[in-house]
Structures are given as structure tokens and as C-alpha cells.
Design a protein around this ligand. Structure first.
Ligand code: SF4
Length: 370
């Protein structure tokens, strides 16, 4: 029998994140359950409705402001290390969702983190960032009510990081992040700057801010909330809130989609042929034979095909429930389901690529890159 120790999770923003059991994160890390807030949310997103967003820190504060039509912000960022994939798609859509609910939206191109963590030079990440911003715009981000910036060139973020450096000891950084090189600690302070920048006077001062991220990023929120308290007197910061989404399984059945494992994921700019092949070869929760599957039903809970559809590509909740039930009772077979999923995903990706192509110049203009 598994003991509590076996269920310990590792949440490392720069390494391996393992979540054996999401329920244990509430006890282990003090993350709050998202589900009880769901009935209060006027227009919950697909990720919220389906439990993909499972946890939060003080999201109630943002929710209250949102319901009263007050001033609030959404802030998140993505490392420019490559093309958008399903993980970054989720973060981008979460930012866009809150923007559509009235938030002033901030999107950080985390190029300092990409330098410190992935050793990617700034000239290279600048080029990658153009594509990522074109993706963000194609997904619906409205630049008129949003602010897109590179950490490396945003002096307000860097200035905040300098202040924060005086408010944190090496022992605290080690306790939160473990033993890391100084550059990673520095990039964590820069991210605290990202998270709190929306509250500077230049952006109309203190306000509730939600940071939607994968749960592997929780360490940054713990650090930033602590810094917000320490620097409250000087900046009047409101402690930032967060929402946490689950980590997606790899298409090949691995616990996590990973760039080191190309068969575990696809990007939004990959060829249709390559995506189709990855879906055809994907792991499923199906049985060894058709006869067994018809008799016993499949196991959607462990199936990446079900997860991808449910998380990203099927808007209608009834449709998701129907697929789940048909899988469970054995009336839906994996080959048939993969063919349907392929069709839905390829249509989305091809439409997205067409829109994105037209937005590359706009992305260059926003980033000030010729
Ligand atoms: S029928 Fe679909 S959801 Fe069920 S195990 Fe097969 S691929 Fe997964």
C-alpha cells in the first residue's frame, strides 16, 4: 500500500515536476481548492469547468473585483524557448480569458529565464518571441488592452528585481528553490518583478492580480507573495493571486509532455502530417483487443487522447461527457476516437497557422523588432 511519503510531489519550475496525486498538493503546499469557487464565477472557462484548473491562492480576491467590475490585472509569461505547444496554449488562453472578463493583461516574454535556465542567447530568444507573440495574437489576445514585453528590455521589471534582492536571503531562496546557480535565483526575482509590475503607478497602481500558471510554477508565487508583503509599505502592493492548472500527460503515455521527447507533444506550427502521425501513435486507455474493449470499456482517466480533447479542443461539455461515457461502456473504440480527434485538432491547427501567418508583422511591431 502506498504511504504518504510515496505521494510526495515535486514542484520544480526549472526541473522535473511530478504530481502523483493532486489532492495531496492542498496539504503539502497549502494550495486552495478551486472547485468550491466555481458556482461563484459568472462565466467560467472550459479549464475551470472541467477541473483542469484545480487550485488557487487567494483567487477569491480577484473574483470579487471581477464581479464588481473593478480594476484588476492578469499576468503570466512564457519562456521563448520554442514554438507554442499545448502547455503554452493553455497559459495563453487563460490570459486571454481574464482579459475578456475585463482584466488589464500582461504577457511577459521570459527571456531572462530562458537565458539563465536554457542558456539561450537574447538574439535567439528575440526571434522565437516574434513567433510566440504572433501565436498569442492569433489566439485572441487584444494588444489594445494588454501589455506584451521582454524581461530583458523592460526596465521596470529589472528595477523591481533590484529592490527585491535586498529583501530576500540566500537561505530563503534555497528553501524555496533548492541549491541553484545565482542566475536562476536572479531570474526568480525578475519574475517577482513581472508579477508585481501591473501594480506600479505607471499601470494605475495597486490592484488584485491573477497569475494563471501550471502548478509547477507555484514556487514563484510563494516568493512573490512574500516579497509583496515585505515591500507593501513602499509600493502598497496587493498580494498576487494565482490559479493552477494540471500538468498534461505526454501523448506517448509519459507523465508529462516534454521537449526532450518529441513524440510526447506537438506544436501549433507543426505540419499536419507530423501531428497526424503522433496522434495515430499515441498511447490510449484502450484494452488489448477490440473484444475486451467492447466488453470492459476503456479507461479515459489515463488516456491522453481523451485528456487533449477535454482540455483543449471540445467546447461543448455534453460532448465531453458523452465521449467519456461511450469510452467507459465500450461503445467507442480507440481507432474511431483517434480519427475524430485528429480531424478536430488538424482543423484547429490549420486555421491557427493561417491566422498566425498574417500576424507576424504585427508581432514584430509590438516588440519593436525589424
Ligand atoms: S476510446 Fe478514446 S478515450 Fe477511450 S481509451 Fe480509447 S482513445 Fe481513450
Amino acid at each position: 500500500m502506498a504511504n504518504v511519503e510515496d505521494k510526495k510531489s515535486v514542484l520544480d519550475p526549472w526541473g522535473t515536476t511530478v504530481v502523483e496525486d493532486y489532492d495531496h498538493l492542498y496539504e503539502e503546499f497549502g494550495i486552495q481548492k478551486f472547485k468550491p469557487l466555481l458556482p461563484e464565477i459568472p462565466n467560467p472557462s472550459m479549464y475551470m469547468r472541467r477541473g483542469v484548473i484545480f487550485g488557487h491562492r487567494d483567487f477569491d480576491r480577484v473574483l470579487e473585483t471581477m464581479k464588481q467590475g473593478g480594476d484588476f490585472a492578469v499576468m503570466s509569461g512564457i519562456k521563448p524557448t520554442g514554438e507554442f505547444h499545448l502547455g503554452t496554449l493553455m497559459t495563453a488562453r487563460e490570459i486571454i480569458y481574464f482579459q475578456q472578463q475585463g482584466a488589464k493583461a500582461f504577457y511577459a516574454i521570459a527571456d531572462i529565464e530562458a537565458y539563465e535556465d536554457n542558456k539561450l542567447p537574447f538574439e535567439e530568444t528575440e526571434k522565437i518571441a516574434v513567433g510566440n507573440v504572433a501565436d498569442l495574437l492569433a489566439l485572441g489576445f487584444d494588444p489594445k488592452n494588454g501589455y506584451i514585453y521582454r524581461q530583458y528590455t523592460e526596465h521596470r521589471v529589472r528595477n523591481l528585481a533590484v529592490h527585491f534582492g535586498a529583501g530576500v536571503t540566500l537561505a530563503t531562496m534555497k528553501a524555496i528553490y533548492g541549491e541553484r546557480h545565482i542566475g536562476l535565483y536572479l531570474s526568480a526575482l525578475v519574475q517577482a518583478g513581472d508579477i508585481l509590475m501591473p501594480q506600479l503607478k505607471y499601470f494605475d497602481g495597486p490592484k488584485p492580480t491573477v497569475v494563471p500558471v501550471g502548478v509547477d510554477q507555484d514556487a514563484h508565487l510563494r516568493l512573490t507573495r512574500d516579497l509583496a508583503n515585505k515591500f507593501r509599505r513602499k509600493f502598497k502592493f496587493v498580494a498576487p493571486s494565482s490559479t493552477y492548472h494540471k500538468i498534461l500527460k505526454g501523448l506517448d503515455g509519459s507523465p508529462k509532455m516534454s521537449k526532450r521527447n518529441p513524440m510526447s507533444y506537438f506544436t501549433l506550427n507543426e505540419s499536419s502530417k507530423s501531428i497526424a502521425k503522433k496522434i495515430s501513435n499515441a498511447f490510449t486507455g484502450g484494452r488489448a483487443t477490440v473484444e475486451e474493449q467492447k466488453r470492459l470499456g476503456g479507461v479515459p482517466e489515463i488516456c491522453p487522447i481523451y485528456e487533449i480533447e477535454m482540455c483543449h479542443f471540445v467546447e461543448d461539455d455534453d460532448d465531453v461527457v458523452e465521449v467519456y461515457n461511450c469510452c467507459k461502456c465500450g461503445s467507442l473504440l480507440c481507432g474511431e476516437h483517434k480519427a475524430r480527434t485528429k480531424k478536430i485538432i488538424l482543423k484547429f491547427v490549420e486555421d491557427h497557422q493561417r491566422k498566425r501567418e498574417k500576424l507576424v508583422d504585427k508581432a514584430r511591431e509590438i516588440l519593436g523588432i525589424k
